[in-house]
Write a new protein. Sequence first.
Length: 484
Amino acid sequence: MAIPEGEQRSDSEKEEDNEDSGGGNGSGQENKDEEQQDDPPAPERSHAEMDPYHRLAHGIHPSRPEPILGRLFHVDANISSLVVYVIDMDGQVAPYNSNGHAPIVGPIITNLARSMVASDTPTLGFGVVSGADFGYDPIQVRQAIFDFDAWASIVMNPNATAMLYSALENVNTSYDPMGACQLTYIDSRDDTNWFDFMAPILDSFMTEATSQVGQKWTGMMMKNAQTDANLLRNAAQVPQALSPAIGFSRYNLRPFYPYQIIPSVSIGLIYLIIVSFFSFAFYLPIHFKYLKPEGRPPLKFYQLIIWRWCATISAYFMLSLAYSFVSLAFQVNFSGGDPVTSETRVTSTVDGYTNPDGWGRATFPVYWMLNFFGMIALGLACKNVAMIVGQPWTGLWLIFWVISNVSTAFYDIDIEPHFFYWGYAWPLHSVVEGSRQILFGLHNPLGLDFGILIAWGAVNTALFPLCCLFMRWKSKNGVHEYYK
């Protein structure tokens, strides 16, 4: 049964109205235009040429420090926590469920996903989900990915099989295989996860899916051509309907771009720890001057505590501003202006547009405040520990503080051993997650990130007077280390 051309055009127009260029458009022109914006950067293409399981075994991204503290231990078992929705809408809704053709594309790909999960090879958490859960609307699936319900989704569009039949039966020379399926993801959610683990496996999955569908579909058409000579003549005019038959349009809703953002959400944040730590030693001589001032009475002890706390917070206020200016100096976008504001469309990275900051012209102040409260959380803890343990043990504390924060902030805790789950409460993890939300306009509970940082600051503020008392006791009793 041939698919009427009028239905094809109507479906295309409806998809354009919904701004969903991957919904099985016969011509696929809009699909191509948006795909040019969605094409992953060069590093992703290089990953596709590599063995995905070799990448999985090493799990090292060039923008990150070497793995530490066993964070890759059991990563092959934990990689399934990176959930990928596999949603079969092929032939599930009218008019494609009553055209006389059984779906081919959807069942093959869902069976492939199930077989990968059932195999002994480490793989992503492919989960077959009913299209009814999303109203058979690919746009709702994209919204779920933006809301972090899953890391990625593979959707077989409602007319995937129907358009294959229509291409050959109606000699639809404008048929675009890329309109059959779509992959939606957000690599800026965690670029390490995407480039090291997800992209290689998904590339392998899509290659295998295209191969299996092409083999099944071509075999069926060759068999039917024995009784219908028109099929071969039509196939000669629409060769893409046989090879590759189907493809996957890619929708990277929030691309990780520009690349100078890498330090802003990774290595550069170590400076928040280092600077806040060394501010203790820098300001200590000034604080002591208030104990024995020349020509005026000394501060009372409670006044000294208040002075030290206020001076520290004031220093962090300006130091965090200076740190934030570094990202601004390297032309990270803080002023809005991206033409795409929809959560389900791909933001533009052409014509001078870069990262789609999440707060418009308020982005820089929000980013500054995140760094400010992050420095308070990280720095006050350092000051309290320095007053308690003294030299030379503060150096050991700095090593612990840097490593514990880095291992739980620069890497996804979901694929780390459960031992690292305490990292969700560690301050640098909230700074990294909040920075990604601010700089890329991601769905992220920024209030929770600020709440964790403020809680760290509040607890350390409460402990600050006690630590000052302990430091005074050590000074009066001549305790320099753990002995008199």
